[in-house]
Design a protein around this ligand. Structure first.
Ligand SMILES: Nc1ncnc2c1ncn2[C@@H]1O[C@H](COP(=O)(O)OP(=O)(O)OP(=O)(O)O)[C@@H](O)[C@H]1O
Length: 284
């Protein structure tokens, strides 16, 4: 796979190749976007590419702007300035259902009426593909079954959301996003509330979608070690701006851990070059 320029950070701007905008390789391309709430701008991103057909992890400390950036990429939040292109076209140019057929977003906070069953919720993921009053098609049923199976919640299909644990509810919302059956999937902390088994399961689902169906995934993860293990690219945010980007073995350095995460840690590389973080202490 050829190397592609992802972001025009200071580091990237040292080469001429960054002037070439690799549109054909970009699932999402954000240019000069400022995102915020009311008067306050909390994300200021000059240039960001989420590469097509890859898994990219957004990492950074609490409040660094990961969720806000994901909302901006998904058109849930309109930028104060700048543009976000999805496969070359402004995300705001599409109708809501048309966008939802191409791009799925699992928010950090999810809620739905507790009386709905898991099946009802996952069926909701099919609405972009059909009219509200249309009966479910064979494609709809197949997508719902596949999503429930991938999420491993077959046994919960008839259970009301109100009766689920936090982790089970999280898996139900993940299944809803999977049923949407999009080429691009943005996931905000999908492993929150999940035990280790289910965290690994969700990450395996992401890998399967990417390997077998070429789905582009951009996922916010708090666990930096998990992010380095599963993602091909990392985007590290600090105070609403991109601090660094690239393959994990390049991004995860002792400098990044100190500058961005306020952590004193060593980084060791295994024989494959994968970084392993060994934290010593939180920096005062
Ligand atoms: N709805 C909102 N209204 C006002 N300010 C907000 C809102 N949502 C987030 N913010 C602010 O925007 C900044 C970035 O928040 P954001 O949730 O994007 O960060 P994050 O990196 O996802 O954090 P975390 O890891 O804690 O989830 C924070 O200062 C936060 O207080």
């Amino acid at each position: 796979m050829p190397e592609i320029p992802l972001l025009s950070t200071d580091r990237a701007q040292t080469t001429d190749e960054t002037d070439t905008e690799p549109l054909e390789d970009a699932a999402l391309l954000a240019s000069d976007i400022e995102l915020g709430y009311g008067e306050e701008i909390v994300v200021d991103c000059e240039h960001l590419v989420i590469p097509d057909g890859r898994v990219t992890a957004l990492v950074g400390p609490n409040g660094s702007g990961k969720s806000t950036l994901l909302k901006g990429l998904s058109a849930e939040l309109s930028p104060e300035s700048g543009t976000v292109l999805l496969h070359g076209r402004d995300v705001h140019e599409r109708s809501v259902p048309a966008l939802a057929r191409e791009l799925g977003l699992l928010d950090q906070e999810n809620d739905a009426p507790g009386g709905l069953t898991v099946d009802d919720l996952v069926t909701h993921g099919r609405y972009p593909h059909r009219g509200f009053l249309d009966p479910l098609s064979e494609d709809d049923y197949a997508a719902i079954d596949r999503a429930i199976d991938l999420a491993g919640i077959d046994h919960l299909r008839e259970t009301a959301l109100a009766e689920l644990s936090g982790g089970q509810k999280q898996l139900a919302f993940i299944a809803m996003a999977l049923a949407q059956d999009t080429d691009v999937l943005l996931l905000d902390e999908p492993t929150t509330y999940l035990d280790l088994h289910h965290q690994l399961r969700v990450m395996e689902v992401i890998r399967t979608l990417n390997d077998e169906r070429d789905v582009t995934v951009c996922v916010v993860l708090h666990d930096l070690q998990q992010a380095t293990r599963f993602a091909e690219y990392l985007v590290a945010l600090e105070d609403g701006a991109v601090y660094d980007w690239g393959p994990p073995e390049e991004v995860v350095t002792e400098q990044l851990l100190a500058d961005v995460f306020d952590v004193d840690a060593s980084v060791r590389h295994d024989p494959d070059g994968d970084p392993h973080i060994v934290p010593r202490r939180a920096i005062e």
